[in-house]
Structure formats: structure tokens, C-alpha cells
Design a protein around this ligand. Structure first.
Ligand code: AMP
Ligand code: GLY
Length: 419
């Protein structure tokens, strides 16, 4: 298959690595990064420009376009590709609102009867204060629109909650949401708008520091599978079945009923509460860094399933085949992340890390310059370890990380430690 992958992070590097491992595909990335460019052809196309992408994909004769990040989805790139007759894995602009607008997502969940926390909408500081008065801490405040992961605060500190509201109210309303206690799980569900194919569950580590301390980030690590789910649900498969039945399928149906069918990857962000599994968010795309631990576990069938989803024939696609393996990823971030990362510093040891058994280094924000490989953003690399068990995968990921040098680099030391 000739496949165009849009995006430039470790998520896109993981998608490309999985397709390459499957074999038989010709892959182009736009725009990619230094790590991706070492493996496949990369092109400079403005991926947020729907007409440019559609023209490039149609002229290039691509069989499938996989859209990685949310920005091109929200810009309407999938709409333009479909109009140009190119199969696109990713929802339309209208359907991507399930990620872009928290209140839209809450409306869909209400119509679909999907379990989630209660919430209220605040349009002014007075509304916020009234909602805080009416509930006990910890408080959860979410900016309604896309805020690059910075729109959410979970806090016991009343002043911090009000300050967050003041910062985000000028951009639109806020949701004040019921606090849900329990472990988080990310479940990716591939859909053609009607049918659903779940991938393996993963857990993401959102806080910067060990022991889940410090600020929220885009994600500092992840692992899959989640052995502890068996204790609660009998098996991981039983958990996945329950989420598909109570969350994914009702949501997919509600989206179709509303005239905005969702085609692509429905990312179900879940909390396993004492009261059952509840949704904290949907995303309209593969999660980052969870993709980096889910896709290496697929043996074969990924491209066929993505294409079948894009073409509306997921029910006829051959089933995905999975390896009996575990994967752990640890993110290496620049000094200053998630605030103002210091960029331009040299990265060493990537080849040494890659030479280790069961270690893969996926690039998130790298460039190849006169200094060799340099960091160009906040999250720089993902070191992925795979193995027979989580313990082995974890050991390999950290052994790989140990070979890599980046002045001021930040990484958690406790990813998957308790799994
Ligand atoms: P989100 O951007 O919606 O994924 O939220 C970022 C993080 O805030 C999540 O990964 C959770 O750790 C936390 N969070 C979000 N919503 C809730 C909630 N209702 N209850 C508890 N924690 C939450
Ligand atoms: N890992 C969280 C996200 O992709 O939004």
C-alpha cells in the first residue's frame, strides 16, 4: 500500500515503524522529523492546509492517508481528502469536535448514555465561584476548546482553581467537572463510523515528576498491557468488551445519528472508578505516548484495518494479530518542559540505545544539523522497550535511556514501576 502519514512526533514515528515492520508498504511522511526521515521519504507540505494536502495526496496516488495530530483534523484535512477521493484515516472537522470541544463531547455522551462525571458550564468568574462553592475539592476545571493539554486543572487549591478560570475564561467557557477517583486507562478504538475494532489498553503518565507530582504534560511515558485490569474485570479482554459496549459503540452511533459520523480513531480516556468505568475525555486521534506502546504489540493487519476504516468496510477487514508481548516507553524531555523548553541542544547515544535488544528510539522533536542530532522541542525522544513481560520491557527502555545524553534532559524514573 502507498501510505501518507501526516505529523511530526513520536506517535507518527510509531505508526510508521509499525507499518514498516508489517512490510509491503511504501510510506511517505509529511513533514516528519529527523528520525522519520532516516527511515522513509519525507515531504514539506503544510499539513494544516486541507487543499494542499488533498492535492498532494491525489497527485501522489496514495492509497491511504493516516492523519496523526488533531490540528489537521480540526482544520478539515480529512474532509478535503475524502472530497478528492483519497481514503483518509481520521474524522471530518465536524466529528473531530468530540476532541476540540469538551461541551460537544459531553452532549454526545449524554445522548449516548455513556458513563461520565457530572459537569456544569461556567461563562463567568461568578459562575465558576458558584460551582466551586457547590462542590468539595478536588476540583476539575477544563477549558472548553483545544488548549494543547494546558486547559485542565485538577486541584485542592481554591485560589489556583480561580486563577486557572481567570486565565482561560477570555477564550471561552469552562467546564467544572465532577472529580473521578481511580486509575486511568486509554483505550483506542478504530471505527468506520459504524463498526469498532479496539486496540490494547494502555496507561499514560501525565505528570512531569516521579510519583505523579509536578505539572501536567503531554505524557511522560506509557505501558501496555495493563495486567491489573484482570483483577477488576476477570481479564483485560472483558474490560475491553465492556468499554466497547458501554462507551465506544453508543458514542459511534450517537455521532452517526447526529449526521457527523466518526471515522478514524476514537480515543477513550477512562477512569476506572469504584462505581464503574467512566469517560474523562475523548480524543479524535491516536494518543501520544500510548501509541508508542500499543502499536509495537501488533503482529500484522494494521494497514488493512486502517484502510477498511477509511473505506467504511471495517466489518470485512481481516482481524488484527497481536504479539504476546509487553511494551514500555519513557519520554526524554528538554530542560524547561512543559513551560519553555530549551531547544537546540545536542543528543548523543541514540545509535547505542537502538543497538540494544528490544529497544527502539522514536523521535518526537529532533532535527539533524551541523551538531548532529539536536532537540527541537519539549518532548524530544521516546525510548521504547519491548519484551515478554512488563518488567523486561521496562528494564530495556531504561537501559536504552541510559545510553542517551541530552544536557538538562528530564525523564521519569518510575514509568510502569508498579505495573
Ligand atoms: P484531559 O485533558 O481531559 O485528559 O485531562 C488531563 C488530566 O486531568 C487527565 O489525564 C486526568 O489525570 C485529569 N482529569 C481530567 N478529568 C478528570 C476528572 N473528571 N476527575 C479526575 N481527574 C481528571
Ligand atoms: N496521551 C494523551 C493524549 O494523547 O492526549
Amino acid at each position: 500500500m502507498r501510505i501518507l502519514v501526516l505529523g511530526s512526533g513520536a506517535r507518527e514515528h510509531a505508526i510508521i515503524a509499525a507499518l514498516l515492520a508489517e512490510g509491503g508498504h511504501e510510506i511517505t511522511a509529511a513533514p516528519g522529523n529527523a528520525g522519520i526521515a532516516a527511515e522513509v521519504e519525507t515531504v514539506r507540505v503544510d499539513i494544516k492546509h486541507p487543499d494542499l494536502v488533498a492535492e498532494f495526496a491525489a497527485d501522489g496516488g496514495f492509497d491511504l492517508v493516516v492523519i496523526g495530530p488533531e490540528a489537521p483534523l480540526v482544520a478539515g484535512v480529512a474532509d478535503a481528502l475524502r472530497k478528492a477521493g483519497v481514503p483518509a484515516f481520521g474524522p471530518t472537522k465536524a466529528a473531530a469536535a468530540i476532541e476540540g470541544s469538551k461541551s460537544f463531547a459531553k452532549d454526545v455522551m449524554a445522548r449516548a448514555g455513556v458513563p461520565t462525571g457530572t459537569d456544569s458550564i461556567a461563562r463567568s468568574l461568578d459562575d465558576v465561584r458558584a460551582a466551586l462553592d457547590a462542590s468539595a475539592p478536588p476540583w476539575v476545571l477544563k477549558a472548553d476548546g483545544l488548549a494543547a493539554g494546558k486547559g485542565v486543572i485538577v486541584t485542592d487549591d481554591r485560589a489556583a482553581a480561580e486563577a486557572h478560570a481567570e486565565a482561560f475564561l477570555p477564550d471561552g467557557p469552562l467546564l467544572i467537572e465532577e472529580y473521578l477517583a481511580g486509575p486511568e486507562v486509554s483505550l483506542f478504538v478504530i471505527t468506520d463510523g459504524v463498526h469498532a475494532v479496539p486496540l490494547a489498553p494502555a496507561q499514560d503518565f501525565k505528570r512531569l515528576g516521579d510519583g505523579d507530582t509536578g505539572p501536567n504534560t503531554g505524557g511522560m511515558g506509557a505501558y501496555s498491557p495493563l495486567p491489573w485490569l484482570a483483577g477488576r474485570f476477570g481479564s483485560e479482554a472483558a474490560f475491553v468488551d465492556e468499554v466497547v459496549r458501554t462507551v465506544a459503540l453508543p458514542t459511534i452511533k450517537a455521532m452517526a445519528d447526529a449526521g457527523t459520523p466518526f471515522v478514524g480513531l476514537l480515543y477513550c480516556g477512562l477512569i476506572v472508578t469504584d462505581d464503574g468505568v467512566k469517560v474523562i475525555e475523548f480524543n479524535a486521534r491516536f494518543g501520544d505516548p500510548e501509541t508508542q506502546v500499543v502499536l509495537p504489540r501488533i503482529e500484522s493487519g494494521l494497514a488493512d484495518v486502517l484502510l477498511a476504516a477509511a473505506n467504511g468496510s471495517l466489518d470485512t477487514a481481516p482481524p488484527l494479530r497481536w504479539k504476546d508481548s509487553a511494551a514500555v516507553t519513557v519520554v526524554l524531555a528538554s530542560e524547561g518542559y512543559p513551560g519553555d523548553p530549551i531547544t537546540g541542544r545536542r543528543i548523543t547515544g541514540v545509535d547505542e540505545a537502538m543497538a540494544l535488544e528490544g529497544v527502539q528510539v522514536l523521535h518526537a522533536a529532533t532535527g539533524a544539523g551541523e551538531l548532529g542530532l539536536t532537540a527541537t522541542g519539549g518532548r524530544v525522544l521516546n525510548v521504547v522497550g519491548t519484551g515478554a513481560t512488563i518488567a523486561e520491557a521496562r528494564e530495556r527502555a531504561y537501559a536504552g535511556l541510559g545510553r542517551i545524553g541530552l544536557e538538562g534532559g528530564q525523564a521519569r524514573t518510575d514509568i510502569a514501576a508498579r505495573a
